[in-house]
Design a protein around this ligand. Structure first.
Ligand code: FES
Length: 172
């Protein structure tokens, strides 16, 4: 595979000496560069290192730090730490999955929401807790978490409506 401009991260950040242990920093630099690890980066890494694509893919899926899809505009992190777990985190996760139509680790088809779980957000007294980007929401139940997700969806719809009105005004 020929290196494109967007693949140059490997030249700047990494000199491969044939050691398999170098694969992790290389994957990290790819993710830093693209925001996730695209298919073309896997092919490129495989061609440069000689590590089969299936093995590169295996390492990516083994470590939770790596993403195979771009991050959504809104990162929804549901706390699954002990305090949240005993306060119903499982129900919160299921509700968010249902509301967004995705599984943990996935991004919605419109690129708006990515859903992850975390070990502890650091405000256990508010359990169960979620974060949407930098905003923390606590003392949740399935109804209130649905409300929160729908609030973000509505805000997005309004933004899109306003943008399309602005575009129409520009055209007149
Ligand atoms: S366990 Fe959820 S915030 Fe600490």
């Amino acid at each position: 595979m020929a290196a494109r401009d967007s693949d140059r991260f490997t030249y700047r950040l990494w000199r491969y000496d044939g050691a398999q242990g170098e694969l992790i920093p290389l994957l990290q630099s790819a993710q830093d560069h693209f925001g996730y690890i695209p298919r073309r980066a896997i092919s490129y890494i495989s061609s440069v290192t000689g590590i089969p694509e299936s093995d590169v893919y295996g390492v990516i899926t083994f470590y939770s730090q790596f993403r195979l899809q771009p991050m959504g505009k809104y990162l929804v992190r549901v706390c699954a730490g002990t305090a949240c777990h005993v306060s119903g985190a499982k129900m919160i996760i299921e509700t968010v999955q249902d509301e967004l139509g995705i599984e943990v680790g996935d991004t919605t088809g419109d690129g708006l929401f990515t859903l992850n779980t975390v070990a502890c957000i650091g405000c256990c007294s508010l359990a169960p807790v979620i974060m949407v980007n930098d905003e923390t929401h606590g003392r949740l139940d399935p109804a209130s978490v649905r409300k929160i997700i729908r609030k973000y969806k509505r805000a997005e719809e309004e933004t899109r409506r306003e943008e399309s009105v602005a575009t129409c005004d520009d055209e007149t």
